[in-house]
Design a protein. Structure first.
Length: 328
């Protein structure tokens, strides 16, 4: 890490909406407040801190992996494979004038993050497609609900196939999934949800599947217990336009898909005497929508067909994501 220069702090303050006159006046005020005991640079550092501006930046020559991103870092270089693209949206700035914003999701071998592109930086999306590896140079790391990369005037984004890009994992197409029993990540639309009992019994302590033996519920780790937890399970078909595959979401993954907890779902099922009702009520909101699915690919022992045991699932919603970017 290296310290930013005086001019870089001023440029960042200008980007925050301050005018040069306002900056100079505040510098004078800070120096006067400290009875002249601080320098111009010292005053600028105080002002920068008040505006949440980082006083350090990463060297452009060093690649920062996604898991190592820290809020406030400036001028970072990140490689990632594009897994989602959210189209350009125009908006009106608070101080007047029009602006443009778009974003994309990139993944490297350590994690996933969003890249938010502002104004003319959105033009690069005309050349980028899902699956490309991009190199993002001199971006800023912003901390909101999540860590994100934001472009600025000096940011450069390019499609690359250099040596670093070869370390980035590929996106799996459904027709190329093999019985690897390894982690896989796919994107597609949910086109069908199977109607079956969406609950299974688990241990209330560790949430592992429980078995019923000789009139008793048993957990392989915690032994016998009285009442199992009813945990959600959803079977569905995912289609990426090339092929489709059966997916099984257990527990948290099923809750992510349905947007409801297992406890809430089971309460609804009991109240109506219909185990499938909590799932049926959500089908219309799910079918036809696009999701990113992470999980384990294997061959089902009964059907002898490929399937994915889902570990996490997230809806791809361009409008919602762009609205979030504009309001943070």
């Amino acid at each position: 890490m290296i310290s930013v220069s005086e001019q870089e702090i001023i440029d960042r303050l200008l980007e925050k909406g301050m005018t040069k006159e306002e900056i100079e006046n505040e510098i004078k005020e800070r120096i006067e407040e400290m009875n002249g005991l601080i320098s111009r640079m010292g005053a600028l550092k105080i002002i920068a801190n008040d505006h949440n501006i980082s006083l350090f930046k990463a060297s452009e020559s060093v690649r920062v992996r996604i898991k190592n991103l820290v809020g406030g870092l400036d001028d970072v270089t990140v490689y990632g494979r594009v897994t989602d693209i959210f189209p350009v949206k125009e908006f009106t700035r608070k101080k007047g004038g029009k602006g443009k914003v778009a974003s994309m999701i990139i993944t490297d071998e350590t994690g996933t993050t969003r890249v938010v592109l502002w104004d003319n930086k959105t033009n690069i999306l005309d050349k980028i497609k899902i699956g490309d590896v991009v190199k993002v140079v001199q971006a800023r790391v912003r901390q909101g609900n999540f860590l994100e990369l934001h472009t600025k005037a000096s940011t450069r984004i390019m499609i690359t196939d250099d040596e670093e890009s070869k370390k980035i994992p590929k996106i799996t197409n459904l027709d190329t999934i093999e019985n690897s029993s390894e982690k896989t990540k796919v994107m597609g639309k949910v086109v069908h949800i199977f109607e079956s009992n969406p609950f299974y019994e688990t241990c209330p302590k560790c949430n592992r599947r429980a078995t019923y033996n000789d009139g008793k519920w048993v957990c392989p780790e915690h032994g016998e217990f009285d009442t199992p937890r009813q945990t959600l399970k959803v079977n569905f078909i995912l289609d990426d336009g090339i092929a489709n595959i059966r997916c099984v979401a257990f527990g948290k993954a099923a809750e992510q898909l349905l947007g409801i907890s297992s406890e809430e779902a089971y309460k609804i099922a009991e109240e109506h005497g219909d185990m499938f009702k909590p799932v049926r009520d959500k089908i219309q909101d799910i079918i036809g929508k696009e999701y990113i699915v992470r999980g384990i690919a294997n061959i089902n022992d009964f059907s002898d067909k490929k399937e994915i045991i889902v570990r996490s699932i997230r809806e791809v919603n361009p409008e919602r994501e762009l609205e979030r970017v504009l309001t943070t």
